[in-house]
Design a protein around this ligand. Structure first.
Ligand code: PHE
Length: 458
């Protein structure tokens, strides 16, 4: 069992900005560029986006502050941080289960995340070689279908991405990663803006703006609301300890509120820009549909790149940057487990990374097969899902485990922790009351209402 520590044995970020970059690197990922557009398409646009934005503001930001705060106070892996804090606050050790559930969620998410990142890796080569230029729109769709229905190829890309992730995790979060994020995230933003510029000239830009921002509440099913709220957790990396463990490496004097708000705004901006880049393209090709599912960006963006001047270069760069965005997120998915293995099993960082990598890789095989042999349709609260095990893993983690984890974190930070302690750690002045109100009442109540509504309790 670990003893009380106030300094993390894993090291510390070199500055507040390094933390902001790393946490933004964790938050901005496939969730923004791949998942946000396709679920927005599946759930009908505007009203879904509105629920997502409200969730980010009222649930996401206060819970992000709580996670950073708990992490920095505990300065250990989320499992040990929660155990230590529960003890320090005179509460039951069972609160460390937040950490355990987070570790499990991290494994499950990374297992499919890595497969999808593998698609993006494959597309670096598909675009770079000019393959998408030559084939026309039907051909572009075929390239996608062929890729995902070939488990062997998917397995190869999944393996490469897992190795990439484990190499960085093994080297420690600080070396390599800070530098990568510093240069590559701004590059991603610039390319995204170029794509939005292209999309503005497709003649369907306003249709896309309407689709994204004009709410049609008749499309808002229980499943849509749950998915939008779950996505707020997913996209901000909340509810499973990733932000908590990053917070445990945060210098003492950094403002938790300011950093959390910057990270959330950056993350939301990237998602909205991705939507504004992708939907005009969707609407300008009659054969594409917003509800195309997980393949949406792989079928739309190549169409734009095939026609754009310089599309070969922009396209290749863009998929490289998606891979990088996924990379900086995937290391944070596994860091809570790695930190725990180092603390409690006395493993070296390298060994811990290898064990976690192998375990996640194995689970990932289920997703590899989800688009071919293990594909099946099922009905999720009124929306038909086509990709069997992958969809189940996604719903289980993003829609259930992360909101449940976030709910418990809110209860711990708001009700179990002494006010004196959270006041001291957040150092907020008057606005402390706003956070306190959100974390004690609003955030947990909203999560609960959405879930109870599903079971038709209310
Ligand atoms: N936030 C990441 C994304 O949007 C995914 C993620 C979820 C990362 C949970 C860490 C923890 O792609």
């Amino acid at each position: 069992m670990s003893e009380v520590k106030n300094v993390s044995i894993h090291g510390q970020w070199s500055s507040r900005w390094a933390f902001i970059l790393a946490a933004t690197g964790s938050a901005v990922g496939l969730g923004n560029i791949w998942k946000f557009p396709y679920i927005t398409g599946e759930y009908g646009g505007g009203a879904f986006v509105l629920v997502y934005l409200v969730s980010v503001a009222l649930i996401g930001i206060p819970i992000m502050m709580a996670e950073v705060m708990l992490g920095r106070r505990g300065r250990q892996s989320p499992i040990n941080t929660m155990r230590y804090l529960a003890k320090a606050e005179g509460r039951h050790g069972i609160w460390s289960w937040i950490g355990w559930m987070g570790v499990l969620a991290g494994f499950l998410i990374l297992s499919y995340y890595s497969v999808i990142a593998g698609w993006a890796l494959a597309y670096v080569f598909r675009t770079g070689s000019g393959a998408i230029q030559a084939v026309g729109s039907a051909g572009i769709r075929n390239i996608f279908t062929e890729l995902v229905s070939d488990p062997e190829r998917l397995l190869a890309w999944h393996t490469i991405f897992m190795v990439m992730t484990m190499v960085v995790v093994a080297r420690g979060v600080k070396n390599g990663l800070e530098t990568a994020v510093r240069y590559l995230m701004p590059a991603l933003l610039i390319l995204l803006l170029i794509l939005v510029g292209y999309a503005m000239n497709t003649g369907h830009f306003y249709e896309a703006v309407d689709f994204l921002f004009k709410p049609d509440f008749s499309k808002l099913t229980g499943g849509a609301i749950l998915t939008a709220m779950g996505h707020a957790f997913f996209t901000l990396s909340l509810g499973m300890g990733a932000i908590m463990v990053y917070g445990s490496y945060l210098p003492d004097n950094a403002s938790i509120a300011r950093t959390s708000i910057i990270i959330s705004i950056a993350d939301t901006a990237v998602a909205l820009l991705a939507g504004l880049a992708i939907f005009p393209i969707v609407f300008s090709f009659p054969e594409l549909s917003p509800g195309a599912g997980p393949g949406l960006i792989f079928q739309t963006l190549p169409m734009a790149f095939a026609q754009m001047p310089g599309g070969l270069i922009f396209g290749t760069l863009f998929f490289i940057l998606i891979v990088v965005a996924a990379w900086t997120s995937s290391i944070s998915l596994i860091e809570p487990a790695v930190a725990w293995l180092i603390e409690n099993r006395g493993m070296t960082r390298i060994m811990a990374a290898v064990w976690c990598g192998v375990a996640t890789w194995l689970v990932g095989i289920a997703t590899v097969l989800s688009f071919s042999k293990w594909a099946f349709d099922f009905n999720f609260l009124g929306t038909v899902k086509h990709n069997g095990v992958f969809d189940i893993l996604d719903i289980l983690t993003a829609n259930i485990m992360l909101p449940a984890g976030g709910f418990l974190i809110a209860i711990f930070a708001g009700w179990m922790m002494k006010e004196k302690h959270s006041r001291e750690e957040l150092a907020l002045g008057y606005s402390y009351t706003v956070w306190q109100f959100l974390i004690k009442y609003i955030a947990p109540a909203l999560v609960l209402v959405v879930i109870l509504n599903l079971f038709e309790v209310i």
